[in-house]
Design a protein around this ligand. Structure first.
Ligand code: BGC
Ligand code: NOJ
Length: 806
């Protein structure tokens, strides 16, 4: 069952009912000011950091989940409705929500009044524009009372939802004819305020939530709306809001637009005040004036569209499979940008008050993002490197605002540093900008940037080599990629964090996954060293890579597949000898990626085992059989019910590793099957089972042992986005950046007869045409002439015509 449809020309997903299985959301903003927006206009805004600079409030675990956000009420005599359905819940005569790239439009209609609400964050400005256009479709003049409301968050979103004894006493606002200004804590240590204004004269306002809602009132029918009039309340403590009321008269056929703006202003100390006690509103007014006219709003929307056309234009394809095209051309790339921006901080599953930026997460996000905006990727790599510790390890998470490591998550996740190497290699392959390696970067958020990035990479690699266990495999530390495989945790305390408690220091538990990741990452590092004239050092690294690969082949092979780990007692995890959790997905895919066992058939055999043991109609599961009881020595993985999350769901992030493995071992049909089983565009028809947005990947799909088999969770912020993009673009389509230039090695199933593509890369444009004749050959012409090299030439400014028959 579907709840909408793709409009590929408009680059939109159009939702046709507010009653989707879950809120289906979109993201607004790209640099400083961000908004999450659901298909009923729920969600919230923040500036840079969803925890520390939350602008509007969000209610966790609410029913309906989506209460709050951008709240609009149209009172038309006795009927009151919201253009996006919520908060009123009045049934609409017409409803559509169009989620586009960086904007969302709601189209609602009731009793011959139509409303179109367009929400977006203009490029370069710290505000969200909501343009509401009302049209009288009847033949009689109509008078409407319009209310627009936002509820302020008292900045620190954790404090806001916990520390009421203080924060019910601190709320402060200012009000003038243009806007309501939220200035809580501005009088003391904050240098920022927010505001909510509109471009027409306001008939009335409220800034105190209790006054607006009335006693026992709720957002579905506030007292002020029922009454048709605000109370003019001025918040002092309590729950400050910004509610504005307008009266609109519309002649038959007449249309009128109101532009609402939620904005954020930050000022240097000297400019904070207009006069004592009165905030400096000039920057807010400037913003309000800038977007006061509909022409300016249109122009900003157009600019946003062009911005996305420019970004997505770095890779565009055309094949006979529309679902593949829309995934590659629009939605997968879009999701990669969102994960780059948010890491794992703010979604409808990540509260924005928990995790900030994940070290390994942000590194992996770069793999899917680097081609879109290499300069931003560059800066991010340097930011992440500065969260690395001097011993080569890394803080596991950091706050985007402060760029400092989160002490509550700590460090000691032994795979973390290697991802820095992997993403730097991806950046170099995309850009050829080896200068980045010389950039001086601090360790541990230090003020002094004094260590070249290349040295950061060296320490990352050395960190692993210095922490090997009894089998010569890397020690796992708190966990590796699988945050829930906590082999040194031994937690018996309810509520204790599986990742950060320190109950057991085995110094024994080893990870085959980290070994494979090491082979991949350190292999790339050795290549980098060769290219910067440090061949000798590169040789040493290559030797360590060889040793690690041998250790995997000797101690990490179980007979039919790769082992997952050794636990704190030195017992194998992910082995046929275990009673449960006999086979895990991660090492099977990653060994193939690292090239381990390609020569002796182990890699192939492991992938065949994955097919047999882990593959289901909804994707490839993480392990089999799932754990049915809690295993003290394994940790969080066994805390989940069978088939959920790390305990045997289809943990989507890992599926591309298998798909890449299939491609590398020359199995295009299975590679494509791995792709299309999980790719959301292929799951649109089972939205009632899948439940999450059909336009973005989710983190997990409940596995076969779960009664909810097929149900998606944790959509949007997942490494799945980047890895699927790498998989589909570099391995299925085969457009793969290498250190020496772009390579073309497609692995297409028979049903895809070929494709054309445009790829912008290092200042060149490649017009690519691939014909899939399935003849086992490889015939490539470059500008009409046969070409036998590996990497395509790349002279900045040139357009190359590449034709490949395989
Ligand atoms: C989740 C993991 C996640 C970890 C983060 C666990 O509860 O299952 O997917 O990586 O928390 O700390
Ligand atoms: C989600 C986390 O963000 C990521 O870092 C981790 O690798 C996966 N869960 C698997 O546990």
């Amino acid at each position: 069952m579907k709840y909408g449809y793709y409009d590929d020309d408009a680059r939109e997903y159009v939702i046709t009912t507010p009653k989707t299985p879950r809120p289906w959301i979109n993201y607004l903003g790209n640099e400083g000011f961000f908004g999450l927006i659901s298909n009923t206009a729920g969600g919230y805004c923040f500036y840079r950091d969803a925890r520390l600079r939350r602008i509007t409030r969000y209610r966790y675990n609410n029913v309906p989940m989506d209460t709050g956000g951008r709240m609009y009420y149209i009172k038309d005599k006795d009927s009151v409705w919201s253009p996006a359905f919520l908060p009123c819940k009045t049934p609409l005569d017409r409803y559509r929500c169009r989620h586009g790239l960086g904007y969302t439009v709601f189209e609602g209609a009731k009793d011959q009044i139509s409303a179109s609400l367009c929400c977006f964050v203009p490029i370069g400005y710290d505000c969200e524009v909501n343009r509401l256009t009302l049209r009288n479709e009847s033949s009689a003049a109509r008078t409407l009372e319009l209310f627009g409301v936002v509820e302020w968050c008292l900045w620190d979103a954790v404090d806001d939802s916990t520390n009421f004894q203080r924060n019910l006493n601190i709320g402060e606002v200012e009000i003038d004819e243009c806007a309501i200004y939220h200035k809580t804590e501005y009088r003391e240590r904050r240098d920022h305020y927010s505001f909510y204004g509109a471009n027409i004269t306001c008939g009335g306002f409220d800034t105190d939530r209790d006054a607006f809602l009335g006693s026992m009132g709720d957002w579905s029918m506030p007292l002020a709306v029922e009454r048709g009039e605000c109370a003019g309340s001025v918040a002092m403590g309590g729950h400050p809001i910004a509610a504005r009321h307008f009266e609109l008269r519309l002649a038959p056929g007449e249309e009128n637009s109101v532009v609402f703006l939620t904005g954020y202003v930050q000022l240097p100390d000297k400019k904070k005040w207009e006069r004592p006690g009165v905030i400096n509103k000039a920057p807010a007014k400037e913003l309000l004036t800038r977007f006061a006219g509909c022409a300016a709003v249109e122009a900003a929307l157009k600019e946003l569209g062009e911005y996305w056309t420019g970004l997505l234009g770095r890779l565009q394809i055309k094949s006979s499979e529309q679902r593949l095209d829309r995934t590659v051309n629009i939605w997968n790339q879009y999701q990669c940008m969102v994960t780059f921006n948010m890491s794992r901080s703010a979604s409808y599953f990540e509260s924005g008050i928990g995790r900030g930026m994940g070290f390994r997460d942000s590194c992996q996000d770069i793999l899917g993002f680097v081609h879109l905006a290499p300069q931003r990727a560059r800066q991010r790599i340097l930011d992440i490197a500065s969260v690395q510790l001097a011993d080569g390890g890394a803080w596991h998470q950091y706050q985007p605002l402060t760029k400092l490591g989160n002490s509550n998550a700590g460090s000691g996740f032994n795979d973390d540093p290697l991802w820095l190497v992997v993403c730097t290699a991806a950046y170099l392959k995309e850009t050829g900008d080896f200068k980045i390696l010389e950039e001086a970067v601090p360790f541990d958020g230090g003020v002094e940037a004094n260590t070249p990035l290349l040295e950061h990479l060296r320490r990352a690699v050395a960190y692993i080599c210095g922490r090997l266990g009894p089998h010569g495999l890397p020690l796992i530390g708190r966990a590796d990629w699988n945050d829930c495989l906590n082999l040194n945790c031994f937690s018996k305390e309810p509520g204790e964090s599986f990742q950060t408690c320190a109950n057991f220091e085995s110094g024994v538990a080893e990870s085959v996954f980290i070994a494979a990741l090491y082979v991949k990452a350190a292999g790339e590092y050795a290549e980098i060293l060769k290219r910067v004239g440090r061949g000798e050092q590169g040789e040493e690294v290559s030797a360590s890579v060889y040793r690690m690969a041998s250790a995997v082949l000797t101690h990490g092979w179980d007979g039919e597949w790769f082992l997952r780990a050794y636990d704190a007692y030195g017992k194998p995890v992910g082995s046929g000898m275990c009673d449960e959790g006999q086979i895990y997905i991660e090492p099977q895919g990653f060994c193939a990626i690292a090239g381990i066992g390609l020569h002796n058939g182990y890699a192939r055999k492991a992938l065949d085992s994955v097919k047999e043991r882990l593959t289901t109609k909804y994707g490839t599961c993480l392990l089999d059989p799932c754990y049915t009881s809690y295993r003290l020595e394994l940790g969080e993985i066994s805390s989940y019910p069978p088939g959920m999350k790390e305990n045997g769901s289809v943990f989507c992030h890992t599926n591309p590793w298998i798909g890449i493995g299939e491609a590398l071992t020359g199995n295009p049909e299975e590679a494509y099957a791995v792709f299309s089983r999980v790719c959301p565009a292929f799951l649109e028809d089972i939205s009632e089972i899948h439940e999450t947005e059909p336009y973005v990947y989710c983190q997990t799909i409940a596995g076969k042992e779960s009664p909810r088999f097929g149900q998606g969770k944790n959509s949007w912020l997942t490494g799945t986005a980047a890895w699927f993009f790498v998989f589909v673009s570099q391995y299925i389509l085969g457009i793969r950046p290498g250190f020496d230039g772009l390579e073309l090695t497609p692995c297409l199933p028979a049903e895809i007869k070929g494709y054309t593509a445009t790829r912008k890369y290092r200042g060149c444009i490649y017009d690519i045409a691939v014909r899939n004749e399935q003849n086992g050959g490889y015939k490539l012409t470059l500008d009409g002439k046969p070409f036998n090299g590996k990497a395509l030439p790349c002279e900045a400014g040139r357009t190359y015509k590449v034709v490949l028959t395989v």
